[in-house]
Ligand binder design. Structure first.
Ligand code: ZN
Length: 693
């Protein structure tokens, strides 16, 4: 035989490789015929007198697309074996399918030629070392690639044309369906519709996907999801709503009733892998707004995209226009630098137990590494803006209160309705299960048993749903009764109280600020100027003194200072500190008082020390009184001990001050009595003390 002549003893000594491939998992399941044909090639190898044990099948690539060799372990193994000269022959159904792209294919032929390896397909045997065969193989590869290209182009062209007319069917998200006439309609299931409406409403209210998901979670609400494959295909199942799913719904233009095609683009990466990228709407291949009924308008869809983009930016460097978040800075995201015009960011500093905000223009620093443009402590600005808001809000307070109350009620009703629908669905399913059970022939035990079990389970679910409903209602009633109702009704009068209540979360204050104020422009000069721009265009300018610096921020409070001033009239620093600590008072930084902190406070406030006060009152030092009396210092101390001189300790070092002789009655009396008759010696209560006049 002619083909056999190509097979030599040298080939037969080596292994025969059978490469089996189906590109998709679906082909693996459905295209068994082709798989059978591929395995049949094995018989051919045996016919060509390859021993059975030296025929190796490589089928690890089943279910891998042939578009690139990167992910195809089997193909790489094949190339390696051929390259090492271990292969005598390579077999495959339509050999060009060995490699789907031409580069891989030509490389394989080249290697086969180098290692003298034969190639076999259903048409025959090729010897790549022979020019004619190599040409044929090359052509086969090229044809195969061209075929695929044409096929794809034709298919794609057809698709695009259909898509341009809006007729190409695509997978619809849950909540939308094709009716019998092929038109897109809203899902008839009211619960599904309501849930999707609620998702959009919640997003419009809260502004973030996270809080939308949280609202569902907090209220124990489920969200529908369509099953796209498997035995439950096209069924709607219910489950908890995650942030990812919220985003998928929000980004899907079909909910806005728009028909789209080609929203993404496949980009090939360096290693041959493909990656899908989403394109902006103006680059979509097809966009037909109002093509079918939807849940929101196209305009709302665009608003949502805008909002989501802003939120994304809010997590970036400058966090501009971010949704309110935790952290005390009231004007976070709304402060503009009055010098360069950029948004200012917020930094926090710890001040005792509190976080003190600081507004910072760091654009220059972030982008160019230059110095910060402005740094402004925020506490006083926040306070001033808060005050301004309270003043501005009073006339509107009633309206705000009513709106808030209505919104809370509406939200609770909405949640209640949805939970009730869950109960009704469970009841309906239980009823169906009951009917199925009733209709079955009781003699058919097997079926009856399984239907009974089904009914039981449905009843169990119904009980659960009812429980859940009752629990939710109770919780809602509690929320409304105890806290919200009181707060809401007293809101008109108590708004300032609520605003100033330490239990009010700062996030809520920020939301109020966000509703009222567009932005605040800050300039720091000799004073701080804050231009407040309200939503709606009104502006106000606030002028604030430069805030206290960090040290002043830790200043001891005024009433404590007054007490210190008072105590210093009669006590040394250490004594004052001890007395203050006894009274349970604390320094500005929250510490116990000590003689050091007292010295520091005196320095800062300019309070005179006990000694200075005594000196001002005319008291004399030991040296001074010794000089006046013409006695030595030790005599002064002695006289003091004997009660002749009155004085006191004036500081913690143990220095003494004495009343001047004129104010010292004992020494006056004594001096009068002696009349200085005997200079140098005074007799004091039987003791002689020496002194020179
Ligand atoms: Zn600036």
């Amino acid at each position: 035989m002619e083909t056999n002549s190509k097979v030599t003893a040298s080939h037969l000594k080596r292994t025969a490789y059978l490469y089996v491939r189906q590109s998709t998992v679906r082909q693996v399941f459905e295209n068994t015929e082709s798989t059978k044909r591929q395995y049949a090639l094995r018989q051919k190898a045996i016919a060509l007198s390859w021993p059975q044990e030296r025929i190796e099948v490589i089928d690890t690539d089943l279910g891998q697309s042939g578009a690139s060799a990167v992910d195809r372990e089997g193909f790489q193994k094949l190339v390696a074996e051929v390259g090492l000269g271990r292969a005598g022959i390579v077999m495959g159904l339509e050999v060009s399918r060995l490699a789907r792209n031409s580069t891989d294919w030509h490389r394989l032929i080249e290697i086969c030629a180098l290692t003298d390896t034969l190639i076999l397909d259903e048409d025959g045997i090729y010897d790549p070392t022979e020019f004619n065969d190599r040409l044929l193989l090359g052509l086969k590869g090229t044809m195969s690639e061209a075929e695929i290209h044409l096929l794809r182009a034709r298919l794609h062209g057809g698709l695009i044309n259909k898509a341009r007319r809006g007729e190409l069917r695509s997978r619809l998200p849950v909540g939308l369906l094709y009716n019998a006439g092929g038109q897109v309609v809203l899902e008839p299931d009211k619960q599904v519709q309501e849930s999707i409406h609620l998702l959009f409403r919640t997003f419009f209210r809260t502004g973030t996907a996270h809080r939308t998901a949280k609202h569902f979670r907090d209220n124990g609400l489920m969200f529908p999801r369509r099953v796209f494959s498997g035995p439950d295909k096209d069924k709607v199942i219910w489950g908890p709503l995650g942030v990812r799913q919220v985003l998928l719904v929000l980004h899907n233009p079909r909910y806005a009733g728009a028909y789209t095609f080609g929203r993404g683009q496949w980009a090939r990466e360096m290693d041959g892998r493909k990656k899908r990228e989403l394109l902006p709407p103006d680059q979509w291949q097809v966009l037909i707004p109002d093509a079918h009924p939807g849940y929101i308008s196209w305009q709302q869809y665009e608003e949502i995209q805008q909002r989501l983009r802003q939120n994304a930016i809010a997590y970036g460097i400058d966090r501009r226009h971010g949704p309110p978040r935790e952290g005390p800075a009231l004007l976070q995201g709304r402060v503009v630098c009055g010098i360069c015009g950029n948004r200012m960011s917020v930094r926090y500093h710890r001040r005792g137990e509190h976080l003190a905000p600081k507004y910072l223009c760091n654009r220059n620093y972030m982008q160019h590494g230059g110095p910060h443009c402005q740094k402004i402590p925020g506490a006083s600005i926040d306070a001033a803006v808060g005050k301004l808001l309270l003043e501005a809000m009073t006339p509107m307070a009633v309206e705000v209160a009513l709106a808030v109350q209505q919104e809370i009620q509406a939200r609770l009703d909405e949640a209640d309705r949805l939970r009730l629908q869950q109960v009704e669905r469970a009841r309906y399913e239980a009823e169906c299960a009951r009917r199925r059970y009733m209709h079955v022939d009781p003699a058919n035990r097997l079926v009856a048993d399984s239907l009974e079990a089904d009914w039981n389970e449905k009843l169990h679910r119904l009980a659960e749903a009812q429980d859940n409903y009752e629990r939710g209602r109770q919780a809602d009633r509690k929320v409304l009764d105890e806290t919200q109702r009181q707060k809401t009704f007293s809101l008109p009068q108590d708004l300032p109280v609520i605003w100033n209540d330490p239990n009010t979360p700062q996030r809520e204050r920020k939301r109020i600020v966000g509703l009222m104020i567009e932005d605040v422009t800050l300039i720091k000069q000799e004073e701080i100027t804050a231009h407040v721009r309200f939503r709606g265009g009104a502006t106000t300018t606030l002028r604030l003194p430069l805030p206290l610096n960090a040290w002043q921020g830790r200043k001891t409070s005024d009433h404590v200072l007054a007490q210190i001033d008072d105590l210093l009239k009669h006590h040394t620093d250490a004594q004052v500190a001890a007395l203050l600590n006894e009274r349970g008072l604390k320094t500005g930084a929250g510490d116990q008082f000590s003689s050091e902190s007292l010295r520091w406070i005196r320095y800062a406030t300019g309070f005179k020390s006990y000694k200075e006060r005594l000196r001002e009152a005319g008291m004399l030092t030991t040296q001074e009184i010794a000089a006046q009396l013409g006695i030595c210092e030790s005599t002064v101390k002695l006289w003091h001990r004997k009660g002749l001189l009155q004085g006191c300790k004036c500081n913690d070092k143990g220095d003494w001050l004495y009343h001047s002789p004129q104010k010292n009655p004992p020494i006056q009396k004594f001096k009068d009595r002696q009349s200085l008759s005997q200079p140098g010696v005074y007799e004091i209560a039987g003791t002689t003390a020496g002194g020179v006049v």
